[in-house]
Design a protein around this ligand. Structure first.
Ligand code: NAP
Length: 531
């Protein structure tokens, strides 16, 4: 595929006018063709008006048609072949094996949402049939089902160019629900965005859905993102990225004359609690797993375990020694782009100046900063120092982490109680530890979206039970997940129909239930017909 550098509005190529930028290879610094342009308010307006015009066609299309589109999209992504992997590798520096796995997950997500909407149970249809002779008042016929919100704006993250990008969960579940999507392309991988966008158009064409359902506007400034969020037809926003960016755009969404839901998934420090029994039993294995998790994807995961806590005893010292050995063996790798690498080095350089924070392990090989390489850096400190320095409790995006020596369970509980909202919290323990430390689990339930036992927070299974979110500031709405099939609920709302004749109701609310979707009929969950 020859890349053009164009914005893609409802299937039309729009040549950029000004402010051209190119992707650059993080490992070599080489700039890549073609040049991309900065979209302006006019273009945002065009994309969103096209999305609004396509909304009725998309939402009225049968679930089967939308599912066929998602299955076709999966095929089209695969058909991009090695060229997609090569371009993403050149733009992000992510290893080919990682990108191949991420592409597989992206295709899986398309197929999973196709299966979800074909079944219909997800739409939470509820039917209460009328009781005309009820005393003292007749009961009306009341039914409700989820309906799509309308045009959705998506901001993908730089670190998952496929699975949380142009065709990531936000886009796929919004389209599955029946919402057209306008994506703000990530400026760090514009070529990857363009290739994937063309796959979306091919799938729309094959399934007869309007191309206005999908647009990608490019830009590397904040202005275009703000225009998209402010636009009057935008009904919701899906955002994955930094706390700073997410918070700024959330404020824009809330300040609109008509505020809209802004689903921001941002970073967190993902605390890991090492309980004494587990450290005694398998300290070395936990240390090795911990370093693998810290350095996975060069630490560029929102679920990176950035703060670890354990009781200050010989088992924790033993853990630290093994962690230091494992960290030394980690070869520095290129980060996603120069900006992220500079922020990582600056953030850890500030840490090194903090009194009471010791460096306990680092990649033995030097990091080549010309190739934006980052070394693994592990630190250790006491809880007092951690608490006294707020910057130690903020995410520094990259392969670094702080092991905190606590003096008691009470100290661990104090820290858990003071935590900001987190995407995840992890406990390593034995069954006996869990009994002794039950209050810690209770404390973490109040702080985190996902609690992991004897595992690590990196690696998110995109299944029905997954919750990738958490209380603020990890996410803007703690109720919703951005990964897994439940993510579709961000882009729908219940509509209740009272007194309608059967044939005028949405299919899932009619008496006949030909697709055998689970529905709540007169308070009974059933696949049977109603009435
Ligand atoms: P980012 O810098 O926040 O960028 C994300 C997108 O938002 C980009 O398209 C960016 O465009 C736009 N943007 C950022 N700030 C904006 C603003 N003030 N106004 C308008 N648009 C704005 O994040 P990133 O570099 O992609 O990823 C790194 C961060 O994402 C890390 O902190 C990481 O923890 C987090 N992350 C979170 C998750 C999660 O699931 N919670 C997953 C992956 C990554 P411009 O660059 O053009 O402004």
């Amino acid at each position: 595929m020859t890349l053009t550098g164009n914005h893609l509005i409802a299937g039309h190529d729009i040549e950029p006018e000004s402010h051209l930028f190119r992707a650059s290879n993080p490992a070599t610094g080489a700039e890549m063709e073609p040049a991309y342009g900065e979209a302006d308010a006019k273009l945002a307006d065009a994309a969103l008006k096209e999305a609004d015009a396509a909304f009725d066609d998309l939402r009225m299309a049968t679930a089967g048609t939308r599912a066929a589109f998602l299955e076709s999209l999966a095929d089209e992504i695969l058909a991009l072949g090695d060229a997609l992997l090569d371009r993403a590798h050149a733009e992000t520096g992510l290893p080919m094996a990682r990108l191949t796995g991420e592409r597989g997950r992206t295709i899986f997500q398309c197929k999973t949402f196709a299966a979800l909407i074909r079944d219909g149970s997800w739409a939470d249809a509820r039917i209460d049939t009328a009781i005309p002779d009820r005393q003292p008042l007749p009961k009306p016929d009341v039914r409700r089902v989820m309906q799509p919100l309308g045009p959705v704006v998506v901001f993908g993250a730089s670190n998952f160019p496929f699975a949380i990008g142009v065709v990531g969960t936000d886009t796929v579940c919004a389209l599955a629900a029946g919402c057209p999507v306008v994506v703000k392309g990530h400026p760090a991988h514009p070529g990857t965005c363009e290739m994937l966008a063309r796959a979306v158009y091919a799938a729309l064409e094959k399934t007869g859905l309007p191309k206005g359902c999908f647009s990608v506007v490019n830009g590397r400034g904040n202005a275009i993102g703000v225009e998209l969020v402010k636009h009057p037809v935008t009904r919701a926003v899906g955002f994955t990225g930094s706390l700073k960016g997410g918070r700024a755009l959330f404020d824009v969404a809330c300040a609109r004359p008509e505020p809209i839901p802004f689903y921001g998934e941002m970073g967190s420090v993902n605390p890991v609690f090492l309980l004494p029994g587990a450290l005694k039993e398998r300290g070395q294995a936990i240390a090795e797993g911990y370093i693998q998790s810290v350095t996975l994807g060069v630490g560029q995961f929102c679920t990176n375990p950035a703060v670890v806590l354990g009781l200050n005893n010989p088992d924790l010292q033993n853990f630290l020694q093994h962690a230091a050995t494992s960290a030394a063996a980690v070869a520095p790798q290129p980060m996603l782009h120069r900006g992220i690498c500079d922020a990582y080095n600056a953030g850890t350089a500030v840490w090194k100046t903090i009194k009471g924070l010791e460096s306990v392990g680092e990649s033995a090989a030097p990091a080549n900063s010309d190739a934006t390489q980052a070394a693994c850096r592990i630190f250790s400190t006491t809880l007092d120092v951690l608490e006294a320095n707020e910057e130690l409790q903020r995410e520094v995006f990259g392969p670094c982490s702080i092991v905190t020596r606590c003096e008691s369970l009470e100290e661990m509980l104090r820290f858990a109680g003071s935590l900001e909202g987190q995407l995840t919290a992890t406990i390593h323990g034995t069954a006996e530890d869990l009994k002794d430390y039950a209050p810690l689990v209770r404390a973490l339930e109040r702080k985190a979206g996902r609690i992991i036992f004897n595992g690590f927070p990196t690696g998110i299974e995109p299944c029905a039970s997954m919750h990738h979110g958490g209380p603020s500031p990890a996410a803007t709405h703690s109720f919703f997940t951005s990964i897994g099939t439940a993510s579709i609920y961000r882009f729908v709302r219940p509509v209740c129909y009272q007194g309608f004749p059967d044939e005028a109701l949405p299919g899932l609310l009619q008496n006949q239930n030909p697709g055998s979707a689970f529905r709540l009929v007169n308070s009974e969950l059933t696949q049977a017909d109603a009435g």
